[in-house]
Design a protein around this ligand. Structure first.
Ligand code: RP5
Length: 173
């Protein structure tokens, strides 16, 4: 069994520039993952087999990113008992709203936890939070991440108070 706890699945390699952010953030939490391209439409059997076997391979959370008619997270959720996080990806004529609706509007009984359009980082954080129920060391990483976010905002506010609006914008640009 691999030591990966999270599976990242993408519908296409064109999703990788966004979904890489999920992988990088999981790395920063020291969470092992596997990452694959497996389209619900173009390689349906492979996708279903992959999702069905995830639990027995030790995967605990699945993150699925897809654009356009984004059925990938829903198809995966249909065949696994594992929690599935869907990432609607911005592509094509409808700018990701198509994928958002396709992923979030799951029928009763088959939920997909849906993050924002291109919300690849939030998918990683949510996966880590799900895992943190079982792994205290991951909970500590989440706490550290939130503290860092707060420090960044506080540093920005401090600079704004010191520099004023024009000075702040000048140093930012
Ligand atoms: C979806 O269609 C993929 O997830 C991707 O976001 C979109 C376009 O795929 P490509 O035509 O770029 O392979 O299935």
């Amino acid at each position: 069994m691999s030591s990966a706890k999270v599976a990242i699945v993408m519908g296409s390699d064109s999703d990788l520039p966004v979904m890489k952010d999920t992988a990088k953030l999981l790395e920063s939490f020291d969470i092992q993952y596997e990452i694959v391209i497996s389209s619900a439409h173009r390689v349906t059997d492979k996708t279903v087999e992959y999702a069905k076997s995830a639990e027995s391979r030790g995967i605990e959370v699945i993150i699925a990113g897809a654009g356009m008619a984004a059925h990938l997270p829903g198809v995966i959720a249909a065949v696994t008992p594992l929690p599935v996080i869907g990432v609607p990806l911005k592509s094509g004529a409808l700018d990701g709203v198509d994928a958002l609706y396709a992923i979030v509007q799951m029928p009763s009984g088959i939920p997909v936890a849906t993050v924002a359009i291109n919300g690849a980082k939030n998918a990683a954080i949510l996966a880590a939070q799900i895992l943190s129920v079982k792994y205290p060391e991951i909970r500590e990483k989440i706490k550290g991440y939130k503290e860092k976010l707060a420090e960044e905002v506080n540093a920005k506010d401090k600079a704004l108070q010191e520099l004023g609006i024009d000075g702040y914008l000048a140093q930012k640009n």
